[in-house]
Design a protein around this ligand. Structure first.
Ligand SMILES: Cc1cc2nc3c(=O)[nH]c(=O)nc-3n(C[C@H](O)[C@H](O)[C@H](O)COP(=O)(O)OP(=O)(O)OC[C@H]3O[C@@H](n4cnc5c(N)ncnc54)[C@H](O)[C@@H]3O)c2cc1C
Length: 299
């Protein structure tokens, strides 16, 4: 059986050939490719070994808030779309068993309701839970890794494994436990009790983010990692006078220089060019090799 026919025959895998992938990233650069929407863990357990047997490369896209996809994707794009009854978040729990496709916005709303200590660390980060754990997403209030007790993972052979999290499981914007081809399907999150002041802290931080980041434009969050925790990439780009620099429909954000905004008519080549201009400027003037935070497949 041909690979595509085999994928279509898996229950709860929805396959689209040559799909428009533009809406699958927050940057919204035009992109096309084959896509599978996977609706539950069992379907993913059938899909991954099939792709492995056929030597077909694949790429997981969560909210696409930290990814740029090329105009034509050769890899199969996997998007998790697990069902979740949000009434699970109607009550306070000691720990939370959650699907990877759940948006962090649901968790922030829950944290505001109960004043969950610790959960302020991911305030305002646009992400699926799986993407946030993969990236160890965080703010200057902390990182999501500090709240993760256990991660459920499907391996390339379709087996389901559970990773117990330790203090060595994460570092800055990085996890140390996911092996090649593995996909996070869920996680158990903990908190540090409740405190009413946390609700206000989250609301204030959301306001602060609105003022300091271009949250309403098409972008992919911070393009570069901070070279050091006290050395902000955005500040360095700003000092170089690169704020507002444009290339085609792309612009270094006037609000936060580590963000690149897409006015809607831009492509992958322009993004790569603008990134290299910034990188070479940083290298020439500061002697710093800027590292990408955004994931660019085939880069
Ligand atoms: C306006 C804006 C503000 C942002 N602010 C912040 C911020 O303050 N702090 C911060 O840390 N980030 C920030 N980001 C970046 C982004 O929100 C985070 O990196 C987030 O964790 C990405 O999650 P995602 O679901 O969109 O993952 P994606 O961007 O879709 O994927 C990111 C990486 O994770 C992998 N991945 C995704 N899901 C899975 C899975 N289930 N299993 C295995 N691998 C997976 C992908 O293959 C990819 O390599 C911001 C982005 C935007 C657009």
């Amino acid at each position: 059986m041909k690979l595509e026919e085999a994928i279509v025959s898996i229950p709860d895998c929805v396959f689209s050939k040559d799909a428009d992938l533009t809406k699958y990233t927050t940057m919204k650069l035009y992109s096309r490719g084959d896509l599978v929407e996977v609706q539950n863990v069992e379907a993913l357990q059938k899909l991954l070994p099939l792709l492995t047997t056929h030597k077909k490369k694949y790429l997981v896209v969560g909210w696409g808030a930290n990814q740029i996809l090329p105009a034509v994707c050769d890899d199969l794009i996997i998007h998790l779309d697990f069902s979740f009854d949000t009434s699970y978040l109607d009550k306070l729990r000691e720990e939370y068993i959650l699907p990877a496709s759940l948006g962090l916005n649901h968790l922030t709303a829950h944290a505001v309701k109960y004043g969950l200590k610790g959960w302020e660390v991911f305030t305002g980060i646009p992400a699926s839970l799986g993407g946030a754990i993969y990236m160890n997403a965080g703010t200057n209030l902390g990182e999501i890794g500090s709240l993760v007790k256990k991660v459920s993972i499907v391996s390339r052979d379709g087996s389901l494994r559970e990773e117990m999290i330790t203090r060595d499981s994460f570092s800055y914007r990085h996890n140390h436990f996911l092996r090649e081809g593995e996909v996070i399907v869920g996680a158990t999150l903990i908190h540090q009790g409740t405190e009413p002041a946390v609700s206000q802290k989250i609301k204030d931080y959301l306001e602060y983010r609105k003022k300091t980041q271009p949250l309403t434009t098409k972008n992919c969050g911070c393009v570069f990692k901070n070279p050091h925790k006290d050395l902000q990439a955005g500040r360095l780009i700003d000092l170089m006078g690169l704020k507002g620099l444009t290339l085609g429909g792309l612009k270094v954000s006037a609000k936060h220089a580590n963000f690149i905004e897409n006015s809607g008519n831009s492509n992958w080549d322009q993004f790569e060019s603008l990134v290299s201009i910034i990188k070479s400027n940083m290298n020439c003037f500061y002697g710093i090799e800027f590292e990408l935070e955004v994931k660019i497949p085939y880069h």
